[in-house]
Design a protein around this ligand. Structure first.
Ligand code: BEZ
Length: 213
C-alpha cells in the first residue's frame, strides 16, 4: 500500500483490473501478507462484526465450503475491525456451538487502515463496522470481481463459487452469460470489424454467437 492509499484510501476508488493493495496484518492463522497469496486465487472479504448473527452463518457456511474453494486453488481471507482476541473467542464459540472450525485467516484491522484502503468502510463513517465487501483476486494480484452486500444480507456461497468458476473459465478472452454454470457454453466477445458484421450469416451473429439463446 502506498502512502496515498493509506491516508486517503476510503471509498478507495479500487476498480476491477486494479492491483489489490498489499498489506501485512495479524490474523487468526498468524501474520499474513497479501502478496504472499499471489500465484493462487484469493477471496478477500470483510464482515461487519464478530459475534453477530448473519456473520456467524456466513463463517460457518464458508468454513464448511472451504474445500470447494481450495479445489479451485482459491484461498479465503476474512477481515473485520475487531481484535485478534475477539476473532479467537468468536471462532471458539462457533466451534463449540456448531462443530465447525474456521481455519482460514481472519485479519484484525482495528485502525481500519486496510478496510479504508479497500473501501470496506467510508472515510467519514462513524460506525467502524465494515460492509460485506468481497474481492476476487487472481494469481497476478489483480482484482477481477467485487461485490458489496449490506450488513443485513448474507452472501451466497454457491454464488461466490459460481463467480470464481466463471472468472477462471472465461479468463481474459471469453464471456460468461447470465446464470452461467460450470459446463455451460461461454460466449465470444462481439466483433469489432465492420467486414465481419456485414459478412455474418445472421444479423446478430457478429455480437451474439455460440451458446446464447
Ligand atoms: C449480522 O451479521 O447479523 C449483523 C452485523 C452487523 C449489523 C447487523 C447485523
Amino acid at each position: 500500500m502506498n502512502d496515498d492509499q493509506l491516508s486517503n484510501g476510503p471509498y478507495s476508488g479500487l476498480r476491477i483490473g486494479d492491483l489489490a493493495p498489499d498489506f501485512t496484518a495479524r490474523s487468526t492463522a498468524g501474520p499474513v501478507r497479501l502478496a504472499d497469496f499471489r500465484q493462487n486465487w484469493l477471496i478477500l472479504f470483510s464482515h461487519p462484526a464478530d459475534f453477530t448473527p448473519v456473520c456467524t452463518t456466513e463463517f460457518v457456511a464458508l468454513a464448511r465450503g472451504a474445500h470447494d474453494f481450495a479445489k479451485r486453488d482459491c484461498a479465503l481471507m476474512a477481515l473485520s475491525v475487531d481484535s485478534l482476541f475477539s476473532h479467537f473467542a468468536w471462532l471458539r464459540m462457533i466451534r463449540d456451538r456448531t462443530g465447525v472450525e474456521v481455519r482460514f485467516p481472519i485479519i484484525e484491522d482495528p485502525t481500519m487502515v486496510i478496510a479504508r484502503a479497500y473501501g470496506m468502510v467510508g472515510k467519514e463513517d462513524a460506525d467502524s463496522g465494515t460492509v460485506r465487501t468481497t474481492f476476487f483476486i487472481d494469481p497476478t494480484g489483480t482484482i477481477r470481481a467485487m461485490t458489496c452486500y449490506p450488513a443485513n444480507v448474507g452472501r451466497s456461497i454457491p454464488e461466490m463459487l459460481r463467480t470464481l468458476d466463471a472468472l477462471q473459465a472465461a479468463g481474459e478472452k471469453q464471456l460468461a452469460p447470465a446464470d452461467w454454470q460450470p459446463g455451460d457454453a461461454l460466449l465470444n466477445p462481439a466483433s469489432v470489424s465492420l467486414d465481419e458484421v456485414f459478412a455474418a450469416a445472421e444479423p446478430s451473429d457478429w455480437f451474439l454467437k455460440g451458446g446464447a439463446q
